[in-house]
Ligand binder design. Sequence first.
Ligand SMILES: Cc1ncc(C[n+]2csc(CCOP(=O)(O)OP(=O)(O)O)c2C)c(N)n1
Ligand SMILES: [Mg+2]
Length: 322
Amino acid sequence: MELDTTVQIELYKSMLRVRLLEEKVVELYPDQEMKCPVHLCIGQEAIAAGVCAHLKSDDYLFSNHRGHGHYLAKGGDMRALVAEFYGRTTGCSRGKGGSMHIIDTDVGLLGTSAIVGGGIPMGVGAALAATLRGEDQVSVVFFGDGAFDEGVFYESYNFATLKKLPVIFICENNFYATNSPQRARHAGSRIADAALVFGSTGICVDGNDVEAVHNAAGTAVEHARAGKGPMLVEALTYRWKGHVGPGTDFEAGCRSEAELREWIDRCPIKSFRTKLIENGILNTETNNRIAEAITDEIEEAFQFAMDSPLPEPSDLLTDLFS
Ligand SMILES: Cc1ncc(C[n+]2csc(CCOP(=O)(O)OP(=O)(O)O)c2C)c(N)n1
Ligand SMILES: [Mg+2]
């Protein structure tokens, strides 16, 4: 189904916003002023953009260590995100979480977590709570092919299906969990098929095709909102950077430069831009204006972060549960 041109432009902007922000992180990370590890999603932006375009601001979102794109696509505050990278009090976790622990209840992001698979049961719990309250929120969980290795996925998926909870499971299959390729870990290759054993539906989609992701996620969100329970969307993609940090990880010997080059050729943003230009929906001038506006937002966000205070030592034990 061909999307409305306004939606297409919004998807394009959403992807570009994530890409340009993370490229700035790549540029500035070597200064060692961002003290937290950063897990970049460059190459995977279409999934965050395509899924989050369906969500209302009070729909719930749970994500993992690679969550910058999810937060921004959900309408997140770039200033609060960058301030969090720099450990500032104005950060979305008041400077105590860093890149992997983003939380912003204003946009429904109830947390990103460094515990692989940790967001999955929490996403189900939030959906259960919404159902018990009689509200119509859906809960989206982003997780990787590595989290799919964990038993908690199956327990959570079973419970959510049994209770027909409004959860959408989005597995970003980038074919690696740290340095371990999927082929070394999974007996089967199609993650989406796991939904079948629960009598649920799985959809496998090209995660670098933002419109395909948007269509698949639309089906899953509609299904969940109608009280029909979860769907599993497996989006095939690839991270351009190493598991953590701004470099590549070829030296670890787990993937080749040629493999990366193949995926760079399938850049989700470049291919969509080409399509929009060919179809007369975007031209060079509009494209430049969009990029400039995002670049200004990024510059402003980094300035805001640098101008913000670090927490005081006396703040160390505030906002802790125990
Ligand atoms: C419970 C748990 N086990 C192991 C780790 C170490 N670890 C951090 S990220 C990661 C790989 C995750 O891979 P995947 O879920 O595919 O996400 P990706 O990094 O590819 O986005 C692992 C094993 C962890 N943080 N938590
Ligand atoms: Mg992975």
